[in-house]
Ligand binder design. Structure first.
Ligand code: GTP
Ligand code: MG
Length: 450
């Protein structure tokens, strides 16, 4: 893992050119390193933005705003210097290289945030939230991440952990006086108390499916026979001309994907090749097999039918094969005269026109509703991260076992062991005890400079 005693440096702003580019230096030598680049005799005043020349190899290279944040009140909890220069990759790289000559080393991905975690500036949930906030594609994702950064989830987990700690302490006390049995806690009430804590965890988890959708998004595959208007619908939903549209059946061959914001969820929309029973050539056959593969992994299938032409065998096959999966059936081209009835209850299709845009807003809402079991989509969920879901579920299971053991009047040792397992799992969520390899895995998914 990273060596936490080095002074580290990295460009904190995205690659490329911009109005401003920030170089961040953190560690015991941050001030000395900065002094070697900054053209100033007096020491930097804490938390003061100072406009000064920046020198590389004795030559002035830029004018920059330099700010010194002394430990422990900085992002990492160490001495930090931030240099806001002009956003020129050449200038920024030169500043980083000079800093390295002055004793800093290039930061690893996520190392600034890792140090913030090491120095107790944030817990693991908050560190992960930093990454989610930076990576957010939709406003809802950003809000959910910010909520975690503010410590909402941490506070709820801490409450549960405190209750568990208190209960374990009473149980342990009883263990110390075995002849008196459950001295500090009656067996019946132990089970009740454990179940009450368990319910808190279940409440956190109840929202997790929606949270996962907000954080990770969902896959939606658009399926239908050739020329039904799949690519037109895809473009309409994506608000772009991403997929080729022609009146020639079999236009789309490969999968075309685009991440779009549907009611705050980042949805990966997949346009596919038209499905039909008798593919003309090897390319089309491959396209159809990719379409089927896309359908298999999709969280939702949008089945597109052409309302202006009679349903045919390809439509029937698709309707039958998607019958038992999560799907929405669309009667597209409702701007043209209908060849069949969209409101036929056997089909239950929604009238839409990819051409005119009619019914598209409704379709967006239906996609969002189908994907999230709950209608209250705009509440910020607490648990959005698969790692958290996994640990909380395991903690819940340990508590169930503890409650059962207490009810069965099993020896208190077993109850206590399950309780302490649950606590260990909760502490793994917030990072109080998290194995090094897990930490490494989490922080390696950051980019350099974060
Ligand atoms: N009138 C009308 N025409 C549409 C509508 N949607 C698509 N079309 C037309 O239908 C034809 C086929 O559209 P595409 O979007 O390429 O259909 P597709 O399902 O992707 O077709 P393949 O890729 O060949 O499977 C094009 O000429 C579109 O302009 C619609 O809502 N109304
Ligand atoms: Mg197409």
């Amino acid at each position: 893992m990273f060596s936490p005693s080095d002074t580290i440096v990295a460009i904190a702003t995205p690659a490329g050119r911009g109005g401003i580019g920030v170089v961040r230096i953190s560690g015991a030598l941050a001030r000395e390193v900065a002094a070697a680049i900054v053209d100033r005799r007096e020491p930097l005043e804490p938390r003061h933005a100072t406009l000064t020349q920046v020198r590389v190899d004795a030559a002035a290279i830029d004018r920059a705003v330099v700010t010194f944040f002394p430990a422990p009140h900085s992002y990492t909890g160490e001495d930090v210097v931030e240099i806001s220069a002009h956003g020129s990759p050449v200038v920024l790289r030169a500043i980083v290289e000079s800093s390295m000559r002055a004793g800093a080393r290039l930061a690893e991905p996520g190392e600034f945030t890792f140090r913030a975690y090491l120095h107790g500036r944030m817990d693991l949930v908050q560190a992960e939230a930093v990454r989610d906030l930076v990576d957010a594609v939709t406003p809802l994702q950003a809000r959910a991440a910010f909520d975690q950064l503010e410590g909402t989830l941490t506070a709820r987990i801490r409450e549960i952990d405190t209750a568990l700690f208190e209960l374990s302490a009473r149980l342990e006390a009883s263990l110390d006086f075995p002849e008196e049995g459950y001295h500090f806690i009656a067996p019946g009430s132990a089970a009740t108390e454990i179940l009450a804590i368990c319910r808190q965890i279940e409440l956190l988890l109840a929202d997790a499916q929606r949270g996962r959708l907000v954080r990770e998004g969902a896959q939606v595959a658009i399926l239908g026979r050739p020329n039904a208007g799949k690519s037109s619908l895809f473009n309409r939903l994506a608000g772009s001309g991403r997929a080729i549209v022609t009146d020639i059946p079999g236009t789309t061959r490969d999968l075309v994907t685009e991440v779009i914001d549907v009611e705050g969820m980042a949805i990966t929309m997949v346009d596919t090749a038209g499905l039909h029973g008798a593919p003309l050539d090897v390319v089309e056959r491959e396209g159809i097999s990719r379409a089927r593969a896309a359908e298999e992994i999709a969280d939702l299938a949008v089945v597109v039918l052409d309302l202006s032409r009679p349903l045919n065998a390809d439509d029937e096959t698709l309707l039958a094969s998607t019958k038992s999966r999560r799907r929405l059936v669309i009667a597209n081209k409702c701007d043209l005269p209908s060849a069949w009835r969209a409101d036929d209850p056997r089909i239950g299709a929604r009238r839409v026109s990819a051409m005119s845009g009619e019914g598209i807003d409704d379709l967006r809402r239906s996609i969002a509703t189908e994907l999230s079991a709950s209608e209250r989509l705009h509440d910020t969920p607490a648990v959005t991260n698969a790692r958290h879901v996994d640990l909380l579920s395991k903690a819940g299971a340990a508590l169930q076992r503890a409650a059962q053991a207490a009810m069965d009047r099993t020896a208190e040792e077993f109850v206590a062991a399950d309780l302490s397992e649950a606590r260990a799992l909760l502490e793994e969520v917030t990072g109080v005890r998290t194995a090094d390899d897990v930490l490494e895995e989490i922080f390696s998914r950051f980019c350099i400079g974060k």
